[in-house]
Design a protein around this ligand. Sequence first.
Ligand code: HEC
Ligand code: HEC
Length: 418
Amino acid sequence: MRRVIPSPKFLFASLDEFRPSLKGRVVTVLASAALAITTAAIAAPSLDVAMGKRLFERNWISAPSSTKSDDGLGPLYDATSCASCHALNPKATSDQESLPPGLVLRLGNGRGETDAVYGAQLQTRGVAGQVPEASPEIGWSDKDGLRVLSVKPAKLGYGPLHRDTRISPRRAPPLNGIGLLSRVPDSEILKNADSEDANHDGVAGHVPWIMKDGKRTLGRFGWKAASPDLPSQIAAAFSRDIGLSTKLRSDAWGDCTVAERACRAGPHGAESGQPEVPDALFDLIAGYVASLPAPQPPKAAPGEKLFAATGCEACHKTLHLADGTPVRAYTDLLLHDMGADLGDAIEEGPGEPWFWRTAPLWDVATSLRLGGLLHDGRARDVAEAIEWHEGEALSARGRFRALPASDRAALVAFVSGL
Ligand code: HEC
Ligand code: HEC
């Protein structure tokens, strides 16, 4: 297979980086306007995945640097690599006081607008010479026995936030198995939609319609299903979280607004109209993320039947791929009204501020070990997560509360092991 690499940037640093895996293979380098590598080995999917993994874990650095293919960080950013927020195989455990991993502070208001000065997200770090947007004070407090996250945007670098701007803290969700969710056919999702609750079961299920390239498309990714596909979500992550441009988001300054002049004028890694992340590297990362294997569901557990009987399955469903393969992620990929207490006062993407995509229930044990459940990690265990379920999930919560203690424990044990 012949692979055309769009920029010499990629060749010099990245071939060095991957030399061990290419050892002993035939690598022909053609020096021409578009450089190309011809190698039989590079066609092997496992090698692509290994390269994607390295790039997922790689720390991007600030421009200008001698290794052109990995610079362009920021100028303002939240983290230097995908892996620093999305720990896929975390050995470490965290204590009850730790903040959820990969926590970002999304900004917006009830009219679907972002902050005129700070943009769509607070970037808490900056490369040398840049003033970070804020150094927020984040901590846990208590609300009627349940844990809540409190966020104060201290040390704001560019004046006050607009008075209508609200902050929505979001934790980085687990990514194992995410490729399966991208392969569920639209029709499989749409058949469960019931936005008017025509069957009067109290559970609606709103279709997360968004516009993409002028076409109505299903939103799938992110806590509010605001991204239609993995490449869009990954390009948004590069832009908002790391400050890098890609083929899908061309601004080298990431989330910086015109009001943040020093950032707009700051050092960028882009060369002659190329994105900071060359297309070939972008595709390798996207391929790697899509290939992450799904966590294995537990063998028949006593709590599984109770999960269905209590009505959790009204939203946390098993969907199917086009060939009938079940996707045991326990999500319908629809949005649900979860009540005011889970709302974040931000309208983002397709739903109201209190609408959330049914969270897939997989890698729950990892999320628990790393700090907590729900979009901002506030729930310390599964029972506490259920306590926050209101709106369309109110009757399921009621049935859960009414179970005998031993059944509640069995249901919680089943979900905690997913
Ligand atoms: C600063 C922390 C941070 C970094 C860095 C980061 N992410 Fe994320 N990621 C998040 C958060 C938070 C969300 C949830 C976003 C939301 O709901 O809006 C997310 C969501 C996602 C999702 C969607 C998951 C789902 O269940 O829908 C994917 C896929 C993803 N990130 C991939 C990546 C990749 C690839 C990179 C590197 C290019 C990356 N992320 C970098 C924090 C981060
Ligand atoms: C009306 C739909 C609906 C019903 C019914 C429902 N859930 Fe949920 N569930 C959601 C949504 C939406 C979220 C994401 C909410 C958020 O993050 O703010 C969620 C989140 C969760 C989470 C946190 C997952 C994570 O990774 O953060 C757990 C655990 C959970 N639900 C368990 C249950 C159980 C157990 C039941 C049955 C007692 C149940 N749910 C019933 C919609 C529902």
